[in-house]
Design a protein around this ligand. Structure first.
Ligand code: XMP
Length: 510
């Protein structure tokens, strides 16, 4: 049985980061809302209490039932988790009189039971709280301070219960990962056996058991998640996996044939369906972004449903859903709120959506999907691809979509992306693409004045697409790219580079 760690979530923006740091230690962990009834604490080897936007002194402060946990198994409280262990057990938490946001340095470390092994005084930690621990209950002992915070860390005597007011999961806490390792490996003795190889082995054998001789259908997109899901399923059930790769006509230049070739080379049972014309027809005359998205999404469902009907006796629909899509988020003032998409209108769903769902990646994060892909020996040209939106160039062509506009944007995008590869910049950029703007501007070519399209180039750095910054690409690269685009792509006479961060701008222009 895989040993696992429980992270009880009180709604902190950093909770997922705690999980990712722990997974980097090759330890398996799960996040559950503090008031969920869907898990049994007995099944976990150690527990971490997350931070929270709430104050322990507020009327609706989250109050988990720790009767199966505290004093019974190793426990680490972080920020709110630390204050909870004080406030509800006889100590005092109140508003802080000094600044407790941002960087601080540890002083007076007492390395009791090894929580601070290999962490020295002066080590930088990241604080983010407005309340602070004013008085520890009896049997609690302070084991680290900072200049402004006396009880930066404490231990409860005769229990493996520890707590810290700073955040070990954020990058700015220099030794945060070491601290988590000290707690989980040295103190809680959790095994470090969660590796990409072990995930592949256990997932393939679970899929074999779950699916038996059943047939499964999966929509491949060319992206990392669906590709890794397909290869895992292929290992488990081989030709009973039926992959469908739809060309919506809004992919990058040559993408459909190139990627289809790659899939076939990998031995996947895949069918390429070129439905470009059907998508273009559905998009005809539509300029409003949401309506465009609906037209593309609706057509995809129709095409996929038609194809799925050709597979006799198919029982399952496989999806590349990953962990951040299924983690239930905590609504601090009420019960756990399900973020999982609700399938209200089951009666009206297309047939393939009534199939049973199998999601081999539902417990892993994006960075783990890539590591699993590597362990499955999927080509790095597939694993290292920039993210690309499902509606494709449809949301990068502003205004209505026509075949001619798709052609122009495909050419521009190919020059930009191939240039990034040639200049060895592709892997320094998280996502890059071109946008076709719905305006013409005046230019001059030879002796003629032109009145042609403007394209915008966008290249961003990011970790998850939630926030992003524009990349400072070399001027020489931009110069070469702009010249090539204007010289080679008929219909474009102006190129601009987008220097907006997200927020407030988004990555796509829509
Ligand atoms: P925005 O434009 O919201 O995009 O900053 C954030 C990230 O999400 C991608 N994106 C999508 N991906 N289906 C997808 O699979 C979509 O409908 C979609 N819309 C945006 C976008 O490319 C960026 O990486």
């Amino acid at each position: 049985m895989q040993e696992k760690v429980l992270i009880l979530d009180f709604g902190s923006q950093f909770t997922q980061l705690i999980a990712r740091r722990i997974r980097e230690l090759n330890i398996y962990c799960e996040i559950h809302p503090y008031n969920s009834t869907k898990f049994d604490a007995d099944n976990f080897k150690a527990v971490i209490l997350s931070g929270s936007p709430s104050s322990v002194n507020s009327d609706d402060a989250p109050q988990p039932d720790l009767s199966k946990i505290k004093g019974k198994k190793p426990l680490l409280g972080v920020c709110y988790g630390a204050q909870y262990l004080v406030h509800f057990y006889g100590g005092k938490v109140g508003a802080s009189s000094t600044r407790e946001y941002g960087r601080a340095k540890l002083t007076h470390i007492n390395n009791h039971r090894g929580l601070f092994n290999n962490i020295n005084e002066g080590s930088q930690v990241w604080m983010s709280h407005s309340d602070t621990i004013l008085e520890l209950p009896n049997h609690y002992r302070s084991i680290a301070s900072t200049e402004d915070v006396e009880n930066a860390a404490f231990k409860i005597e005769r229990e493996d219960t520890f707590a810290i007011q700073f955040h070990p999961e954020v990058y700015h806490t220099t030794d945060g990962k070491q601290l988590l390792e000290n707690f989980l490996v040295n103190i809680a003795k959790v095994e470090q056996s969660w590796t990409p190889d072990s995930f592949v082995d256990s997932t393939v054998s679970k899929l074999k058991q779950q699916l038996g001789n059943d047939k499964v259908v999966l929509g491949l997109s060319g992206g990392v998640d669906s590709t890794v899901a397909a290869v895992l399923l292929d290992r488990a059930i081989g030709k009973n996996l039926y992959c469908i790769f739809v060309n919506n006509g809004l992919l990058r230049k040559n993408e459909f044939t190139d990627v289809l070739d790659q899939y076939e080379h990998m031995g996947l049972n895949v069918k390429g369906v070129d439905a470009s014309a059907r998508f273009l027809k559905a998009l005809e005359g539509i300029s409003e972004p949401e309506l465009k998205r609906k037209a593309i999404g609706g057509t995809f469902i129709e095409v996929f449903d038609d194809e799925a009907h050709h597979i006799e006796d198919v029982r399952w629909l496989a999806q590349g859903t990953i962990y951040p899509d299924v983690i239930e988020s905590v609504s601090v003032n009420g019960g756990p709120s399900a973020t999982i998409k609700s399938h209200h209108n089951v009666g009206g769903l297309p047939d393939f959506m009534k199939l049973k769902v199998v999601e081999p990646l539902r417990m892993i994060f994006k960075d783990e999907v890539r590591r699993v892909g590597k362990s499955l020996e999927i080509d790095s040209s597939l694993l290292g691809r920039h993210p690309f939106p499902g509606p494709g160039l449809g949301i990068r062509i502003l205004g209505d979509v026509t075949a001619e506009k798709v052609r122009i944007l495909q050419e521009v995008d190919a020059i930009f992306v191939n240039g990034l590869k040639k200049w060895n910049l592709y892997n320094d950029v998280w996502q890059a693409g071109a946008m076709l703007l719905p305006v013409n501007s005046v230019g001059v070519m030879g002796d003629e004045r032109t009145y042609e399209k403007v394209v915008a180039l966008r290249a961003v750095s990011s970790t998850d697409g939630m926030t992003a910054d524009w990349v400072n690409l070399p001027y020489e690269f931009l110069q070469e790219t702009s010249n090539k685009i204007i010289n080679k792509v008929k219909g474009v006479n102006r190129v601009v580079y987008d220097i907006s961060s997200k927020p407030p701008a988004t990555i796509e222009w829509e």
